[in-house]
Ligand binder design. Sequence first.
Ligand code: GLA
Length: 410
Amino acid sequence: MKKIILVFALSFSYLGFGQGNTHTQVGGKFEGLAMTPPMGWNSWNTFGTNIDEKLVKETADIMVSSGMAAAGYNYIVLDDGWMAKERDVNGDLVADPVKFPNGMKAVIDYVHGKGLKFGLYNCAGTQTCAGYPGTRGYEYQDARFYAKLGIDFLKYDWCNTQGITAKEAYTTMSNALKTAGKPIVFSLCEWGDNQPWEWGKPVGNLWRISGDIYPCFDCEFKHPENWSSWGFMKIVEMRKDIRKYSGPDHWNDFDMMEVGNEMNDTEDKSHFAMWCMMASPLFAGNDFRKISKETLAILTNKELIAVNQDKLGIQGFKYSAEDGLEVWVKPLSDGNWAVTFLNRSDVAKKINFDWKKHTIKDADFGYEADFNKTVFKLKDLWKNKETGNTKKNFVADIASHDSVTLRLIL
Ligand code: GLA
């Protein structure tokens, strides 16, 4: 009799009736899906909810033909706006039939056919931020929907969540995904409001640490509804002290990039360098169909990407700041380091860095570089050129908002 009840219960849960309680819940995220920071493209920064099948296919085509895929970008993520305004009669989510006339499965098959991975967006609340059906109360049903579609990545936002707590809501969705059984990278997007770095590691593979990015160097953009978007250095500054919580398979996510959008190439270079130094997930947020060769060169810089993807997975830190000139450092595998000299000021600066006067200590992870004991070769990662070693001062002129990133090689 016991056996019969068990079989009945299991098939009930497999058929997916009801929510939550009827399920044999499985806990914990899918492990090992993001051992280096995930890389890809996300529709939101440029397109908002103006997304459709044509855009996805063209973006996937260019991701491959431009060399972005070969450089490591492999997720295409559709953000808010992919759904119809209502669920169907069974309560399932539906792709907007005008934007996606052949359904979402056809789009996903196309992206997978290109050798790429595919992600979707939803929200822990009753509605998404743009007013589409949210997942609250439908966690297990939506997880089965995603598993059946075969998506590889879910970004899960935090609008319209009155009355629920972040840790519980994200844990429920994580368990639902695990129970549905298809490995899906789980990307938490609750803007750092509830310190996801403190509880997110068993729940998801990456978590946003701030409100939305804004395409500027260091500004705060105040929205009329009383919230702010942040220039990329504002985000870095805001979250530079939570580095010990980030690492392989549990990343601090500094937000989708604005490279190729409204900043100039100098600021874009610094933006990209800092995302690499912070070991942030690297999601391009620009229109690939209009990408300039300068933007493409920035986003596909192999040496910088190697800094971001380094297997130690350590978020860099600010070593020093003087008169608007900052030195950011990141320990890398094989005893190497990455160093970024960043000019945050509005005027050009000269750096003259005497390595021998410095010992860099990483108190969180226990790495140290003592330049009196160890000599490193230097490689300029934008010029892709060796440039002496740490026995001699490093001298360079750096324009306002520009930066130089070096790899220090043992
Ligand atoms: C929030 C998120 C953004 C984006 C929008 C979509 O603001 O932080 O990244 O997903 O919602 O509405």
